[in-house]
Design a binder for this molecule. Structure first.
Ligand code: SUG
Length: 446
């Protein structure tokens, strides 16, 4: 079956800020309380979407979520008018207020896990929004993510949108950031690789000592079950706990795959040989041959991989059968990584092009090109059945650039979150966005 991979990038919300909320994510911790530029962040993201759409890649977006999250603030006892809630939360719990304002849904690789119809028992595309229960500022995202996915993929003949897994540590789920799919062509049956950081009910299994493992094996297995994946085309692999402790908080910070290619760091997996062996066998079974592009520590130490986000790249299939690697600017600036990349391109392998973007606003919170997108493989019939208002076109790009220009601030500091007018600004922006994307009722803005 012919199918294309759509990348759904997260449209950065108006409250993008640096609050240091993600313990274990080095960039988030390093930039805590510095001033952000939400307007620039949104435009950087839109420029990536537009450039890739213009190159012929199928590109769409997922809208931001309503902020501040009054549901969270009221649930923990802040009451009265919205202004009362904000004032008291700012006084008593500024970190919780920052959580309620986080624009973290921009990293749509964490929005959900997606299994294309060629892999699932009932022949539908399956989605499960990630519960993201490891971090307070992300733990409520699944409510809106599910609602958004249901609005975009409403056609039940083609799509199944599941509720997220039980929101408890045993089922910690971070979505597609720990999920990779391999196949001969996107529309063929594929192999789905789930990478987890710990096994909740087996404390003897590898687990990190310093930073949290956000994804459990139990969660990965539950997703595979819910999506109706075949055992013979599913691989579960443990992440190397030592790299989690060096800032690799998701597998997509140390590995990326597409088609028959796995581009990975030698320290990515707890058992490199076993993981590769399992992938080789299962990928053979779908008529493809694994091409493993291994990066050695001697060429790129883990610290450089984390600083540059080399592996938080998008591997995109081009019409000539080769692949482009979409990287952040930081990869060109890091000497070890830049040198590695020039050798990679000269090596005559599957990856023959580098596309780089300035995504600094997102990168300062630990979000690179791959974090910013959710991959959804769709046949033509499925693509026609989804909501069309989120597909990136020149017209939508221009509309959104204008919208950002009218609603977004170009400087946001921690104390701005206490300003009740800012909450109204955010709300007004999203109320208009519902109309621009033709998604009335997307938000519960009551
Ligand atoms: O969950 N950063 C996000 C970055 C997510 C990256 N996604 C992938 N690797 N797929 C996180 O750690 C920082 C927010 C703050 O500190 O203000 C943050 O949530």
């Amino acid at each position: 079956m012919m199918a294309r991979e759509f990348n759904f990038d997260g449209l950065v919300g108006p409250s993008h800020n640096y609050a240091g909320l993600s313990f274990g994510n080095v960039a988030s911790f390093s930039n805590v309380k510095s001033a952000s530029n939400p307007r620039q962040a949104a435009l950087q993201g839109l420029d990536k979407m537009r450039a890739l759409a213009n190159r012929g890649f199928a590109q769409a977006l997922l809208p931001p979520q309503a902020r501040p999250n009054f549901r969270l603030l009221r649930a923990i006892g802040y009451s009265g008018t919205d202004a009362d809630v904000l004032a008291r939360a700012w006084r008593e719990a500024p970190v919780v207020l920052a959580c309620a304002y986080s624009a973290s849904p921009m990293w749509t690789a964490n929005a959900a896990t997606v299994s294309p119809s060629a892999d699932t028992l009932d022949g539908r595309v399956h989605f499960t929004a990630a519960n993201l229960n490891n971090k307070l500022h992300r733990a409520d995202e699944h409510v809106q993510s599910t609602r958004t996915l249901q609005a975009i993929f409403a056609n039940a003949e083609h799509f199944a949108v599941h509720q997220s897994l039980p929101s408890t540590p045993a089922f910690g789920d971070e979505g597609a950031a720990n999920h990779t799919r391999f196949s001969r062509h996107h529309g063929d049956a594929g192999v789905e690789l789930f990478v987890y950081g710990k096994v909740e009910f087996d404390p003897s299994a590898p687990h990190p000592k310093k930073y949290p493992a956000r994804q459990t094996r139990e969660a990965s297995e539950a997703i595979a079950r819910l999506h109706g994946l075949s055992d013979t085309r599913t691989v579960f692999a443990a992440q190397n706990p030592d790299v989690i402790d060096q800032g690799v908080f998701h597998n997509d910070v140390i590995a990326v795959g597409n088609g028959n290619v796995l581009f990975y760091h030698e320290q990515a997996f707890a058992d490199e040989a076993g993981t590769l062996d399992a992938l080789r066998r299962t990928i053979d079974g779908v008529g493809a041959t694994l091409q493993a592009v291994r990066v050695d520590s001697a060429h790129v130490p883990v610290a450089d991989a984390v600083a540059s986000y080399l592996f938080n790249s998008q591997l995109l299939s081009k019409s000539d059968g080769r692949m482009a690697l979409v990287v952040p600017h930081e990869c060109r600036e890091n000497p070890a990584v830049a040198q590695y990349l020039s050798q990679l391109l000269a090596s005559g392998g599957a990856i023959d092009e580098l596309i780089d973007f300035d995504l600094r606003q997102s990168m300062r919170n630990g979000g690179g090109p791959a974090c910013l997108r959710l991959r959804v493989v769709l046949t033509d019939a499925q693509a026609a059945a989804m909501h069309q208002g989120v597909i990136m076109t020149e017209t939508l790009y221009a509309t959104l650039v204008d919208w950002v220009g009218r609603h977004y601030r170009d400087r946001l500091e921690p104390q701005d979150l206490a300003d009740p007018l800012f909450a109204i600004e955010c709300n007004t922006a999203l109320a208009e966005l519902e109309r621009l994307l033709d998604l009335p009722g997307l938000y519960d803005l009551s």
